[in-house]
Write a protein of this length. Structure first.
Length: 255
């Protein structure tokens, strides 16, 4: 499992795709999906690295790589380090990315956590986006590295608990801009622009610049992108503490 704090539990909410009626007008919506974790160890948080198209043989996302080691020591101690790290059959088709998202949801089911951070390179970012469309709960943020931002494959921020995500890309990425309809970030999508932090890397390097450790060091990227979920986690802990305090006060008044 990852390195984050963990606790053994007997059960937790099962992953479902049921439908429920809303309180207004009887409109039906799909319920959110929770990773199933019966009999497994629930992690507090897991960061998942997601490779892009035809890139499963690349080293950057694998445990022990320079990038992986850098993340572990710079705000991402929970980056997954097991031998069963996530990978998908990364063909250059929407169907492959859809199957990749299904596989990532299944992976999360096998590796349950209260909070996930997805760091996806290239179309790996679109796999993460598709997971938000499937309404997996517990996603704190998305960190997109050189993503092809496509109108038909946008993140559903209703299922990103921080309400924020990051896009890191070169000034000009010829691979992304060469794809029909693709943009280098999500600023042209009004519903997403205010929630996106864009880090544009100067210099040469193109599509692979965002996975190079010297760029993360120079631009202090780890500090910027790791702070969001830490703050969200602290707010969650504070909220739980507040509720416990209120419950204790009510019990004292009754006694």
């Amino acid at each position: 499992m990852g390195i984050g704090n963990s606790r053994s539990i007997g059960c937790c909410p099962m992953m479902t795709r049921g439908r429920r009626a809303s309180s207004s007008g009887g409109v039906f919506h799909e319920t959110a999906e929770w990773p199933s974790c019966q009999g497994r160890t629930m992690q507090d948080s897991i960061t998942v690295l997601i490779h892009g198209t035809y890139s499963s043989s690349n080293l950057w996302y694998k445990p022990g790589s320079r990038f992986h080691r850098y993340l572990r020591s710079h705000g991402f101690a929970d980056v997954y380090s097991g031998s069963d790290y996530f990978r998908w059959r990364a063909f250059a088709t929407p169907a492959a990315r859809r199957r990749g998202a299904e596989k990532l949801i299944a992976w999360c089911r096998e590796h349950p956590a209260r909070q996930y951070r997805f760091i996806g390179h290239s179309h790996g970012a679109n796999v993460a986006n598709r997971v938000t469309q499937r309404r997996l709960r517990g996603i704190c943020t998305l960190i997109h590295l050189a993503p092809p931002a496509l109108p038909g494959n946008l993140p559903n921020l209703n299922y990103v608990t921080s309400g924020q995500f990051f896009t890191i890309h070169a000034q000009r990425d010829a691979i992304v801009t060469g794809l029909a309809g693709a943009r280098q970030n999500y600023q042209s999508f009004p519903e997403l622009a205010a929630h996106e932090t864009v880090i544009e890397l100067a210099g040469i390097g193109g599509h692979w610049q965002p996975v190079r450790v010297p760029n993360w060091q120079h631009w202090d990227i780890a500090r910027i992108v790791s702070s969001v979920c830490s703050e969200a986690s602290q707010r969650s802990v504070a909220s739980r503490g507040s509720r416990r305090g209120q419950q204790g006060a009510r019990r004292r008044r009754r006694s």
